[in-house]
Write a protein that binds this ligand. Structure first.
Ligand SMILES: [Zn+2]
Length: 196
């Protein structure tokens, strides 16, 4: 699997295109990602979101309208696509598939698992495929996601951090900033569990 990444919008939100022989999957298409798709995709299969904050779903509908593709989001975040608490989404939409917490998906040759780590948002997930993890706004290089937004939960964040300690080794591709790994993350996860 080949991974392309590019950041978009005022918050430099990372968008990822996963490429296999069968086609491509896009994760978290921010503001302007439609052009990234046009340049790099031959057979785009689906749009996936780690969570549904506006900067991660911004171009979902534009890409769906142009390519006629299904949008998959974590079930507990679906409401944010039609009711953006930040008022930044131009065209609210309803996602096509709501992925259950810790649910798995098969899309062509892509086997995917949405690991549920609520706290930043109710449905916040890390998406695992091919031995790597797209960590959204749950884990970053050296830090964790914010838990003070509307619909965030500090208690759920703490529980999610405890749950994350049980994960094996993965490279992490976060929603903002550089990639990291679970072994790096484990060190600061313990720090935050003690302080939350
Ligand atoms: Zn977010």
């Amino acid at each position: 699997m080949k991974i392309l990444s590019k950041s978009f919008g005022a918050y430099a939100t990372n968008c990822y295109i996963l490429i296999k022989d069968c086609g491509e999957i896009i994760i978290d298409p921010g503001d302007g990602a439609l052009e990234f798709v046009r340049q790099n995709c031959k057979n785009l299969l689906a749009i996936l979101n780690t969570h549904c904050h506006f900067d991660h779903i911004y171009d979902d509908k534009k890409i769906k309208d142009e390519y006629n593709l299904p949008i998959y989001v974590p079930k507990d975040d679906a409401f944010l696509c039609s009711k953006d608490p930040f008022g930044m989404i131009e065209e609210p939409f309803n996602p096509d598939f709501l992925v259950e917490p810790d649910g798995s998906l098969q899309i062509a040759d892509f086997t995917l698992k949405f690991h549920h780590f609520a706290g930043h948002t109710p449905g916040c997930s890390m998406i695992e495929t091919n031995g790597v993890m797209f960590s959204g706004d749950f884990l970053f290089k050296g830090s964790i996601g914010r838990y003070d937004f509307p619909f965030s939960s500090k208690i759920e964040m703490k529980n999610s951090l405890k749950k994350a300690l049980n994960l094996g080794e993965f490279v992490l591709y976060p929603g903002h900033g550089e990639k990291t790994s679970m072994s790096e993350a484990r060190e600061f996860i313990s720090y935050f569990i003690e302080r939350l």
